[in-house]
Design a binder for this molecule. Structure first.
Ligand code: GLC
Length: 743
């Protein structure tokens, strides 16, 4: 029984990622100060102004020559980049180079699965490799700043931006966010082929009320610190060069005007010395948010809240000078903002190498990049069901149907500004290549995911009747997720379900492949299909990955980074919830309730009459073409001190007849604490690749410090007491093993 201690071990903002933020470089700091001393107030303010690209326009050239622009987003033509950079370096008074920025979110030209898909891979090395590839491609056009990784913990599939996130768990988001930062930046940001990462959206954006984008959030600070800030802290300590404000307010305080978030926590607690950029016009948006009276007021609030760069509000460029003259914003405050921008430019090596090397410009689609993208699709595809019809065996005819079976644009997913869809390989193309034209009977049935015209379904049914197996590729068009693309109904759009029902009626086995940007409500569709491959928009190489998985050349090995709801009404839904005083039990469901049932006859616990409780598929879940067994969990000790650790081991065996990967997950539960604690929390994972019959002992070092939580907004504690832990293949499996933390 845990003894409650008010004086736990105070861990001052320790994190699982003990690395420190970027360390100041004395030489760079002296260069910054020397340059700052020469700058006029107008030139200082210019460095804080970020504008979207307009090509080599007179307006832009004029602004650059005046030193009125510090960075440009959305210019990706290296010829234009070099011409604009030439204006800054050669034709402005101080020759301060520009930074060129772009949303390179899951690839630049070689498009990887959307970040939610990459999260489903649970493969940090692959995520880092993908970011590395994206940086090399984007930097070859002059882009040296990406607005990625997005590490917003997301618990609501109605929110379109869940597609850009790493899902609902703070630990998984922390590990993968750091992987992306490392992939973009490497250890030397001054080298060509690198990009400054931009960890976003700081903070709490994933808690947008009702899953509606830009909506308000109400997050108690202890929850903010336990659930939403850890991935940001991890990225800051891993050296993310920049951060981006979020659009939302937290408890009524917009992030672009939140000094507690941006100065107390980001700068003072975490030691971040990079650039904090606003989101697109988010400074201006404090006016409709009702905390600023006009753009000048917004500039005042943002500058005094530590926002270094104004993206597209033009608040700084229009009002900071007069605010300084009026004494509302100290020039020393402006100097600090400018220091952060100049520091980034020095770290990027732009003063020494400001131009794109045209000899190596536009370096895209390297074979090894395409191979890595394909591997990521295979590792991120989650098999939800398989009535032993996968991999396909002895099939002569495949009926390939569905609106996403041959859709180059939509298989790429959201945030693909630089997509060249002709480079995308679709399932139709790849299956035709693998099985031969005569083996594939293609009949999409629907023209696009939202199509309600059922007239084409007959052709798909006819194809099914001629085939040995039906492969239906459905899901969501790319535009149905991403920024501002939220859905109050997260079922399959259009007539896809009707089409699936018609295909099922043929009696032929049906493989359902869903390409989507979110968790969806597919309980009925899953019941109809004989196998379900759930793919978060896979990008350029989705087709070849589908073909190799269906043919059994590789097993899908994705695990869900989000809980899959039975019904949209369950949202927000997440595995790491607290237990409540009446956890679901003795559920009487809506169709089982007798007529005139007495008030208390259906049980008084926490569940839905029409959905019961819990997800359709749990966080961390995913099947394989093989099977795995987990041995008994062994602990190096049954207890540890509050500053100690224990080794947790478990032997995992591939009990199937195919080489495959399994993501072994470690969860803990604090059984009794000064605050209600989640019923499970992910504390470690390892993806192991095992040959048939092969066993591997997987060992985790569980630090007591990783069990810490924020009991108040200012104290992070490890409380002594009893805990359970699990080592399993998903968040709903495994047998608990008890251990304790002592004084
Ligand atoms: C958008 C997004 C942000 C993106 C930025 C620049 O509104 O919120 O994620 O990086 O603007 O495109």
């Amino acid at each position: 029984m845990k003894k409650r201690h008010l004086l736990g071990l105070f861990l001052c903002a320790s994190s699982v990622f003990a690395a420190t933020a970027a360390t100041p470089d004395a030489e760079i700091e002296s260069k910054i100060n020397a340059l700052l001393a020469k700058m006029t107030l107008e030139e200082k303010i210019g460095q804080l102004n970020q504008q979207t690209g307009t090509g080599y326009s007179d307006d832009m050239v004029g602004s650059i020559r005046k030193g009125a622009v510090g960075s440009i987003l959305n210019e990706v033509d290296p010829v234009i980049v070099n011409k604009l950079q030439h204006e800054a370096v050669e034709n402005s008074r101080l020759g301060i180079p520009l930074i060129f920025a772009r949303d390179v979110v899951h690839g630049f030209k070689t498009i990887f699965p959307i970040p939610l898909g990459q999260a489903a891979s649970w493969n940090p090395a692959l995520v880092e490799q993908g970011a590395r590839i994206a940086a090399v491609e984007a930097a070859s056009t002059g882009v040296r700043w990406t607005f990625s990784p997005m590490v917003d913990v997301s618990r609501d599939g109605r929110w379109g931006r869940i597609a850009e996130s790493f899902g609902e768990d703070p630990y998984l988001a922390s590990v993968l966010g750091v992987s992306m930062v490392k992939g973009y930046q490497t250890d030397d940001l001054s080298q060509p082929g690198t990009m400054a990462a931009c960890t976003k959206h700081f903070a709490g954006y994933g808690a947008s009320e009702s899953g509606k984008d830009y909506n308000t959030t109400w997050i108690p600070e202890v929850l903010l610190r336990d659930m939403y800030l850890p991935p940001f802290e991890a990225a800051a300590r891993a050296g993310s060069a920049t951060f981006m404000c979020s659009f939302n307010d937290i408890n009524g305080v917009p992030s672009s005007g939140n000094p507690h978030l941006n100065i107390d926590i980001l700068r003072n607690e975490w030691g971040f010395d990079g650039v904090l950029v606003s989101d697109w016009a988010s400074i201006m948006q404090m006016i409709p948010q009702g905390v600023c009276v006009d753009l000048k007021d917004a500039a005042d609030r943002a500058a005094n809240s530590g926002v270094d760069v104004d993206m597209e509000s033009y608040a700084y460029t229009r009002h900071l000078k007069e605010l300084v003259e009026e004494g509302k914003v100290e020039e020393s405050t402006i100097d600090n903002l400018v220091r952060n921008v100049l520091r980034l430019k020095f770290r990027l090596g732009l003063f020494d190498n400001p131009y794109v090397d045209m000899a190596t410009a536009n370096n895209f689609y390297a074979p090894e990049s395409l191979e890595a993208a394909k591997k990521m699709v295979e590792e991120s595809t989650v098999m939800l069901k398989n009535n032993d019809i996968l991999p396909l065996k002895n099939v002569k005819k495949i009926a390939l149907v569905g609106p996403m079976a041959d859709d180059k644009h939509n298989q790429a997913g959201t945030w693909c500004f630089d997509l060249e869809k002709e480079h995308c390989v679709t399932p139709l193309e790849a299956l035709t290549e693998k099985y031969g034209k005569d083996a594939i009977i293609y009949a999409p049935g629907l023209k696009y995911s939202r199509d309600i015209d059922e007239s084409g379904i007959a052709d798909a049914v006819a194809a099914a009747r001629e085939a040995d197996v039906v492969v239906m590729v459905g899901g969501e068009e790319a535009v149905l997720s991403g920024e501002a693309h939220c859905r109050a109904d997260i079922s399959l759009p259009g007539a896809q379900t009707k089409m699936l029902e018609a295909l099922k009626a043929t009696g032929k086995p049906v493989v359902l492949i869903i390409m989507t940007g979110r968790p969806m409500t597919i309980v009925h569709e899953t019941s109809l299909a004989d196998a379900v491959l759930y793919m978060f928009h896979g990008g350029t190489m989705a087709g070849p990955a589908v073909a190799e998985m269906l043919a059994g050349e590789v097993s899908p090995s994705g695990k869900l980074p989000v809980s899959m709801p039975k019904m949209v009404g369950q949202l927000p839904l997440y595995y790491n919830h607290v237990n409540t005083g009446r956890p679901a039990s003795g559920m009487v469901l809506i169709d089982e309730i007798p007529l005139e049932a007495p008030q208390t006859s259906t049980g008084c616990t926490s569940f839905y009459l029409d959905a019961g409780d819990g997800p359709a598929f749990p966080f961390g879940y995913g099947l394989s073409y093989s099977t795995f067994s987990y041995g008994d969990v062994k602990l190096s000790s049954a207890s540890m001190a509050r500053d100690g650790s224990i080794e947790v081991s478990c032997t995992v065996t591939n009990t199937g007849n195919m080489a495959a990967a399994e993501t072994v997950q470690l969860y803990t539960r604090d059984l009794v604490a000064s605050l209600s604690r989640p019923v499970k929390e992910l504390k470690g994972f390892e993806k192991v690749y095992l040959q048939p019959g092969e066993s591997r002992m997987v060992t985790f070092t569980l630090q007591a410090s990783s069990l810490a939580f924020w009991s108040t907004p200012t104290t992070k504690v490890v409380e002594p007491g009893d805990f359970n832990l699990w080592v399993a293949g998903d968040s709903a499996s495994g047998t608990p093993v008890k251990f304790s933390v002592t004084e």
